[in-house]
Design a protein around this ligand. Sequence first.
Ligand code: NDP
Ligand code: OXD
Length: 310
Amino acid sequence: MPINVLFAARPDRWDTYEHPLKSAIGQAGLDAHLSMDIPADKVDYIVYAPNSDVQDFAPFTRAKAVLNLWAGVENVVGNQTLNIPLARMVDPGLTKGMVEWVTGHVLRYHLGIDIDILRKDTLWEPRTPPLAQERSVVVLGLGALGHAVTQSLVNLGFDVTGWSRSTKDIQGVRCLHGTDGLRAALGRAEIAVLLLPDTPATENTLNAETLALMPKGARIINPGRGPLIDDDALLAALDKGHIGHATLDVFRVEPLPSDHPYWAHPNVTVTPHIAAETRASTASQVIAENIRRGEIGQKFLHLVDRTLGY
Ligand code: NDP
Ligand code: OXD
């Protein structure tokens, strides 16, 4: 009997995923039937996007795991009907995309790319851009994405500090943790990158008190999640000039409402949650590997800790 794999995502994602998923599942040596339409009580695995129609997992009585297509699980982790393992997405393609996006924005701030573009009426005042080694960058979150980002920044020569919940040892990175670690990290954050998950413990990591710890003129790049930042506190810090600029890819409400003050703020760049996307070709291999593991009773990769929320 084939393994039944339900593709529970928005219908427009099917065209992107059907072929790569079928091919990865075949290459993993699995006999599987992949479809968007399988009776709930016949489903063995659920390939899942939190914005799909499936919100009640109770009818999936024989399913062995939910395999999330997204890295972030804040919209599914608390689902009371979900009592089977939940794996989040760690996709080499997504990671590459995030590394490129963050590195690009760090370089944009570091080199002053926005500032140095001359108009006809601006003064011709050449300014030597600093070297990366003179720039302190702090990455909050050292998981799949944060870790990879630190490596890219270290390779460019930046002075990199990372902060996470547990202790870490990453070559070339000053690794800090805990409340004191956050204070020390932010104290040196000329540029801060947020790659934390959205959990009760990370909400408002940047608030009035922690923003005040950052050096005057510091820049913030948030591709993590909107709730990591207290928006009113950030706007106040931007208005005072204490925070020099913020590049925000994620928001508490998306799309960002048209009357939100971020749109009009001269020192805020808004991007539409595009920092990194799950790439079907590489992500399909991860999903197929997890189905293979499930079939031979091995532990799933990238399991979410439901108590920690990520
Ligand atoms: P991981 O789960 O691999 O890493 C999360 C990191 O955050 C870990 O280092 C973890 O610490 C740290 N962390 C969690 N809670 C705390 C806490 N309370 N205090 C300090 N550190 C904490 O996630 P990823 O790296 O894969 O992804 C990070 C986030 O990026 C996702 O959750 C998602 O929100 C966002 N994202 C955004 C995208 C976009 O396009 N904008 C695309 C993809 C992801 P420890 O290592 O000790 O566990
Ligand atoms: C994700 C995202 O969590 O795209 O994968 O934000």
